[in-house]
Design a protein around this ligand. Structure first.
Ligand code: ZN
Length: 169
């Protein structure tokens, strides 16, 4: 399944990662068959979006959802992807369910679908949030050798790709 939202979100990634993310998405589509598909739920999160998220439960109503301030997440530079599995339980071609189950084998090939996706991202040199001490299993990032601090310095110094908000790396 070629998910339209995912294809649109790939175009929001840092220009350096767009083609690669497209290849990753294609490879995922080849290993997931039948009842499971993958959607990229979040790629670029702009500084403004991150600031609004951080304000939740602080200066804005609601519960706290993140500790990351604007500029401290790889998403803010278009260098991260969050995923979810889409499941078509009855095989009617409609993916009616979202799943964050990292152990489920919905496509019936005896390998957990989530881990099939993890393996593909890792082949391309991406880091998986599921390997961290404070696990973030839907999250993948490719740092290209830069810390968020270095990226933030570039951003603040306006070292950007001309006419964009993407840092020039
Ligand atoms: Zn993430």
């Amino acid at each position: 399944m070629q998910d339209k939202l995912t294809l649109e979100r790939i175009q929001l990634l840092h220009p350096k990662l767009r083609d690669e993310a497209g290849e990753i998405y294609k490879a995922i589509g080849e290993v997931l068959s039948g009842k499971a598909a993958c959607r990229f739920t979040s790629t670029l999160r702009t500084f403004a979006e991150q600031a609004a998220l951080h304000a939740k439960g602080r200066s804005a109503p609601g519960k706290i959802v993140t500790n990351a301030r604007a500029g401290t997440s790889y998403h803010n530079y278009g260098l991260a992807i969050d995923i979810v599995l889409l499941i078509d339980r009855n095989g009617d071609g409609i993916y009616e369910e979202a799943s964050w189950d990292t152990k489920g084998d919905f496509d019936g090939d005896s390998i957990a679908d989530w881990m099939e996706i993890v393996a593909i991202f890792k082949q391309y040199g991406w880091e998986w949030g599921g390997d961290w001490r404070f696990k973030d299993t839907p999250h993948f990032q490719k740092t290209i050798g830069y810390s968020v601090r270095q990226l933030l310095e570039k951003y603040n110094a306006k070292k950007l790709i001309p006419n964009t908000n993407y840092v020039n790396i």
